[in-house]
Design a protein around this ligand. Structure first.
Ligand SMILES: Cc1cc2nc3c(=O)[nH]c(=O)nc-3n(C[C@H](O)[C@H](O)[C@H](O)COP(=O)(O)OP(=O)(O)OC[C@H]3O[C@@H](n4cnc5c(N)ncnc54)[C@H](O)[C@@H]3O)c2cc1C
Length: 459
């Protein structure tokens, strides 16, 4: 039993948990589900009205709305697939049959990026080198740019175009000097070993949150939305529980372990900075200042699809706007994405380090229509596009998506907090690998493994 606390006037819950998770984003839900399956008594508290955090996804009747294109970069071979398999959750992830890459004025299948024998030999030699790299060798390259790494190895333009397209395929930046060589090489090694297996969830990401949340409850855990954690209670450098704010008032919940899922720098809203070593505070501050992007989300309703089939388009350097953007036709994958019968939607987006002005958004929007018309020259955009909009989202955290030098793996805090026994982190702002949502999933695996190996000390 945990000793009774000085509650400072708060109502004390009679329930004591093994682990409380602050936040019901991908990372928090996955960590919660794995711990609940391991037999721990857990509770997840999410401050907003819905689960999923930044991976926003909602149901409206039998239709789905996603707050992004929400492609899963490693759909059936990655960390998410492992979790779903372990929990026995069956969701249909529809794989891309083809990735279309627009680069240097050409739209082509990623399988056809190389045509000459010499380039193929050069690509094979570099791939062989990537395959033999250890984790430590990639870690040593975390703060090196991918451009510097690849420049040293490539002689032919065709090979350079191949690796540039491969590096930028799931990002919206168009410059390989903005990507960490270490993180990219870890990812490429996996792609060479298993192939790129990306896809879209047939019933939306929301179906995954619902399934994971049910799994937690079936394993005896609790998941609550509209419940904000106001404070993580620490005594003698040890976690004691959390103070909550919900519609029913304020409560103190006792717990041996607390896992924090919000971006790691937000921990200082819940625990005073004084409880952490100064290197940790500086590290979190460095991430806070450098992890924000300005996103421009693009969406359109079309009378006719731009292309048929389960394909995904990655534009590395667009012909008119000269930006990188991603584009998908979710309605080609599932009719649940359609606003109404017979309509087709496209969704996509781009990002910038600087906030987009109103006039810039207008010009990107117009340029984007022209970009699409140029890329899909047989398509009549004017005739077939019923509605098209561009939405600006300033200050969005894209840690797992844009993996910049100095902002990956060794520059991030580990999943176990320093100095405070029982405090852990999950999410894409702590040590994790993989593109996009793979990052919170991989951090959750590390976090759960660490808790299980620390359990003797914690309980
Ligand atoms: C616009 C956009 C598009 C994206 N597109 C893709 C994509 O196509 N493919 C892909 O793989 N990835 C994509 N990503 C990345 C992916 O969404 C994120 O990597 C992932 O959702 C991060 O999950 P997380 O668990 O780390 O954190 P979060 O999602 O940030 O979860 C943290 C949770 O904690 C909650 N919280 C915070 N404070 C408290 C508190 N005090 N008490 C209780 N709860 C609290 C928050 O409300 C939130 O729900 C995209 C991200 C964005 C922003």
């Amino acid at each position: 039993m945990v000793a009774k606390l000085d509650t400072g006037g708060f109502e004390v819950s009679m329930t004591e948990y093994d682990a409380v998770i602050v936040g019901g984003g991908m990372g928090g839900l996955v960590a919660g589900s794995l711990l609940a399956r391991s037999g721990l008594k857990i509770a997840v508290f999410e401050k907003s009205g819905a689960l999923g955090g930044r991976a926003w996804s909602r149901k409206s009747g039998d239709k789905i709305m996603e707050g992004g294109t929400h492609i899963l970069p490693c759909a059936d071979r990655g960390e998410m697939a492992k979790v779903l398999c372990f929990l026995g959750i069956d969701v249909n992830i529809i794989p891309f049959e083809e990735l279309l890459i627009y680069h240097q004025g050409k739209l082509q299948s990623d399988r056809k990026l190389i045509s000459s024998n010499e380039a193929q030999k050069e690509v094979n030699r570099i791939k062989a080198e990537i395959l033999t790299m250890s984790f430590e060798q990639t870690e040593a390259l975390d703060n090196v740019t991918f451009k510097d790494w690849i420049n040293e190895r490539v002689k032919l333009d065709e090979t350079m175009a191949y690796f540039t397209a491969r590096a930028l395929v799931f990002s919206t930046i168009n410059d390989i000097s903005e990507l960490s060589a270490g993180e990219l090489l870890r990812r490429m090694k996996k792609w060479i070993e298993t192939g790129i297996h990306s896809g879209i969830v047939e019933q939306g990401l929301v179906s995954i949150y619902e399934a994971i949340s049910s799994s937690i409850e079936n394993d005896g855990g609790m998941v609550r939305t509209k419940t904000r954690v106001n404070e993580i209670v620490i005594k003698d450098e040890k976690v004691k529980g959390v103070k909550l704010k919900s519609a029913d008032g304020e409560k103190l919940i006792e717990s041996k372990v607390v896992i924090s899922n919000p971006p790691v720098w937000e921990i200082f809203k819940l625990i005073s900075e004084d409880n952490f070593p100064s290197w940790f505070v500086s590290m979190a501050d460095h991430l806070r200042k450098n992890s924000l992007y300005h996103v421009i989300g693009l969406g359109g309703v079309m009378k006719k699809p731009l292309y048929e089939g389960h394909k995904y388009v990655s534009v590395i350097d667009s012909p008119i706007n000269h930006i990188g953007f991603q584009l998908a036709h979710p309605t080609n994958f599932s009719s649940a994405y359609a606003p109404s019968e017979g309509k087709h939607i496209i969704s996509g987006g781009s990002t910038s380090d600087k906030e987009f002005s109103e006039s810039k958004i207008e010009s990107i929007k117009e340029g984007f229509s022209e970009d699409i018309q140029t890329i899909f020259s047989d398509y009549d955009w004017k005739k077939n596009c019923e509605r098209f909009m561009a939405v600006s989202m300033p200050n969005v955290i894209l840690d797992g998506v844009h993996r910049k030098p100095h902002l990956v793996w060794k520059n991030k805090p580990d999943v176990r907090a320093p100095k405070i026994l029982g405090l852990y982190f999950v999410g894409d702002t702590v040590r994790s690998t993989g593109a996009g949502m793979e990052a919170p999933f991989s951090s959750a695996f590390r976090c759960v493994n660490r808790i299980i190996s620390d359990w003797k000390v914690l309980k």
